[in-house]
Design a protein around this ligand. Structure first.
Ligand code: UDP
Length: 339
């Protein structure tokens, strides 16, 4: 793979969970990184490592808006588009913004790619397969998406973004690649993210009830963040002809109930399980077929669920410790004068 040393690379959504890990990796590989984020779900603390890095620049910006003209003159070689809320509670809290982030954001960044000649990567999602009727999911599967349900703002937004990206490619307007990202976890997930990994770890560490939606027999396949970032980076650097979108995820599938048991065992938590209603249109099964990524990109996930969970649990425990230190001492009101 070619080196990216000295290249200028744009990461839209660079303060988010995946985006910030990508920025770290690109800086470590010698690139100059311009990060765009509107901080709706991204966080400044995710970029703490890069604060004093001269090759890193943060621009507070919403990709729904027309791209600032100075970015056209920044000498961009690559544009990663990860700008979109991605957890169901977050993306459903402002569905209009979610849809527009995907569609308008992708269009604006594709226009920038057309204008600059930079290669464009869309961070798409396994949600384009909806509640899949084919298992595991290959890229050739067209999906089973409810176009009017509460997940549609995200699923259909990403499907439209994919369509637009391939239209730009067909018309010879941009050099593109599309990653379909399956469930990913690791440090820097938000504790209030609402996803199963962050919820269950936070609940287990606090000794609170573990919320399992439905009977817990639905499945997911969880990929550790460093593996996913490696996949995105390989896909961006791939120089051959791609047949279409490429799945990136870890094919190790397990039920939500099994996942909860793993976390309970690793945290030795006394938490009990509390079942809650299954959200509307919650996919029943999900597992990526990653033959294409392994064949074209020589990529395969390396971090086991056990190892990845240990790192993630340690991170959440440290974050919870920091939170406690920031809380006022018992008996002291916030803002009260020092005694
Ligand atoms: N889930 C759960 N408890 C939670 C959060 C989620 O049982 O506290 C379930 C959810 O219904 C889904 C699975 O875990 O079946 C994965 O949900 P997540 O929101 O993490 O991701 P996605 O549904 O987008 O794959």
């Amino acid at each position: 793979m070619r080196s990216i040393k000295g290249q200028t690379i744009l990461v839209a959504g660079g303060a988010g969970f995946l985006g910030s890990h990508l920025c770290d990796a690109l800086i470590a590989d010698g690139a100059r990184v311009i990060c765009l984020d509107n901080f709706v779900t991204g966080r400044k603390q995710n970029l703490r490592k890069l604060e004093r890095e001269p090759r890193f620049e943060l621009v507070v910006f919403d990709v729904i808006d027309p791209i600032p003209p100075q970015l056209k003159r920044a000498g961009l070689r690559a544009i990663y588009n990860l700008a979109c809320a991605a957890s169901p509670p977050h993306y459903q809290s402002d569905p209009e913004h979610t849809m527009l982030s995907s569609v308008m954001g992708t269009r604006n960044l594709l226009l920038l790619a057309e204008n600059t000649g930079a290669r464009f990567q869309l961070a798409s999602t396994s949600e384009v397969y909806g509640d899949p009727l084919v298992h595991p999911q290959r890229e050739s599967y067209w999906g089973n998406v409810n176009p009017t349900g509460p997940r549609a703002c995200y699923d259909e937004g990403k499907r439209a973004a994919e369509a637009l990206t391939f239209d730009f490619a067909r018309a010879g307007r941009a050099n593109i690649c599309v990653a379909r990202i399956f469930n990913t976890y690791g440090p820097r997930m938000r504790a209030d993210d609402g996803r199963v990994v962050s919820n269950v770890i936070t609940q287990a560490l606090a000794g609170d009830d573990i919320t399992i939606y439905g009977d817990g027999r639905q499945t997911r396949s969880f990929c550790y963040v460093s593996d996913l970032i490696d996949g995105l980076s390989r896909l961006m650097r791939y120089e051959g002809k791609l047949p279409g979108p490429v799945n990136l995820g870890n094919p190790a599938e397990l039920t939500v109930a099994d996942f909860v048991n793993r976390v309970l065992a690793l945290t030795q938590s006394p938490s009990r399980v509390a079942n809650r209603p299954l959200p509307v249109d919650d996919p029943t099964r999900r597992r990526p077929d990653i033959s294409l990524a392994s064949e074209l990109l020589n990529w395969t996930p390396r971090v086991s669920l056990e190892a990845g969970l240990k790192m993630t649990i340690r991170w959440f425990a440290e974050e919870a410790g920091k939170q406690r230190q920031r809380l006022p001492e018992p008996g002291l009101e916030v803002g009260s004068p020092p005694i």
